[in-house]
Design a protein around this ligand. Structure first.
Ligand SMILES: [Zn+2]
Ligand SMILES: [Zn+2]
Length: 390
């Protein structure tokens, strides 16, 4: 189903994002309104396919930043060989060609990755089986196009059958990157609400547990944007009744993106009427919060305390586990393999072992390199290693 970007397009988009000024123009322009798209293309590239990597050099320099910040000398993780790097000769012996072992995730641990839904939504659960996941995240439509689709009865039956066959207890969908529920432009906002409501409708039809959504870009005035975002969420939740829990995701705070602070998320949630608010939670993306200025490396407990104070830990339903290619406070959204970026191993060790997070859903959105199954298995096994499994 997915009209996928080529790696070249993704790299080009990424390059554009990096050159984009941090502050979005106050006047709404087509290019500014598309800011979430660009961010999204990056995320999609890292989620859905391997971006063209020159990372060994870059990651190494990022790693130094993290080493300087790290409180204790953590053991150096084994780096995942990046086959895309022409400097690294590809070994072809049977050992390296064998798939890493299937991660042995305990049944009560809700851990998985974003998987491709190419071939149809029902094609995603088998991909989760291949990596031993107990939770999966997918797109229910092409995320960087406005074209909507409804879930027919056949697809709903097929998807639920695939879930049962996979024994998957938790499913998550990520909404389209084009949606901007905080836009001051009426036409854009109306279109976004329609698209967002359709996302919810598809989730309900498929029986998906959580819909993750990035807060919008306020463009003009922050408080007005928060009010618009909350009203739009309320309208869609009112219109589409069902079991799916909406999880607002923390953002890196690029440009005028809302969600860079816990206070902004709390303000959006508080402005949703209480009866609908019960259907709203929060997804913390580790890469995004670190880029937004929450220091998970040097002050993990302080960050969690702040979340609890401002939002309440009961709202924390989900984590997006991503290391970051950029330094602390960069306000950029560039996912890196776990323990191979500026966050390093320690925050992930904490998230995997703290009993307060045992019931949260934990989803990887790390780069897939040139083999999604292999890379996802390595990542999941790495996380399980932090809890003494595998
Ligand atoms: Zn995320
Ligand atoms: Zn991201």
């Amino acid at each position: 189903m997915v009209a996928r970007q080529t790696a070249t397009t993704a790299a080009a988009t990424q390059a554009r994002v990096e050159q984009a000024p941090v502050k979005a123009a106050p006047v709404e322009q087509a290019s500014v309104e598309q800011a979430p798209v660009e961010q999204a293309s990056v995320e999609q590239a890292s989620v859905e396919q391997a971006p063209v990597e020159q990372a060994p050099v870059k990651a190494a320099s990022v790693r130094k930043v993290s080493a300087a910040k790290a409180p204790a000398a953590a053991p150096k993780p084994r780096r995942l060989a990046r086959a895309a790097n022409p400097l690294v000769p590809k070994r072809r012996d049977p050992d390296t060609d064998a798939l890493p072992p299937l991660p042995r995730i305990p049944a009560d641990m809700r851990l998985g990755t974003h998987v491709s839904s190419q071939g149809g939504s029902f094609a995603a659960p088998p991909r989760a089986i291949e990596i031993g996941a107990t939770a999966l995240q997918l797109f229910t439509k092409t995320p960087n196009q406005w074209k909507e689709r409804e879930i027919g009865a056949d697809e709903a039956v097929q998807f639920r059958a695939a879930l049962r066959a996979a024994g998957l207890p938790v499913t998550v969908s990520h909404d389209s990157y084009l949606i901007n529920l905080a836009s001051p432009d009426d036409a854009m906002r109306t279109r976004s609400i329609e698209s967002f409501a359709t996302e919810l409708r598809r989730c309900h039809a498929l029986g998906i547990d959580y819909l993750v959504s990035h807060p919008g870009n306020y463009m003009d005035d922050r408080d007005a944007g928060i009010a618009r975002n909350a009203a739009a969420i309320a309208q869609a939740l009112q219109q589409e009744q069902g079991p799916t829990i909406l999880c607002l995701e923390t953002t890196a705070g690029t440009g005028t993106a809302l969600g860079r602070t816990f206070e902004e998320l709390a303000a959006i949630i508080d402005a949703v009427p209480p009866a609908l608010r019960r259907r709203v939670g929060v997804c913390v993306d580790t890469c995004h919060v670190y880029s937004a200025g929450y220091d998970l490396v040097s002050d993990f407990d302080g960050v969690i305390d702040a979340f609890d104070r401002i939002l309440g830990l009961e709202r924390l339903r989900m984590w997006h586990l991503n290391d970051s290619k950029t330094p602390f406070g960069s306000h950029r959204d560039r996912h890196e393999l776990i323990a191979e970026g500026s966050l390093g191993e320690q925050p992930f060790r904490r998230i995997m072992t703290d009993p307060r997070f045992a019931r949260t859903v934990r989803i990887l959105e790390t780069p897939k390199l040139d083999d999604a199954t292999r890379t996802d298995r390595v990542m999941l096994n790495r996380l399980l290693g932090y809890v003494g499994i595998a």
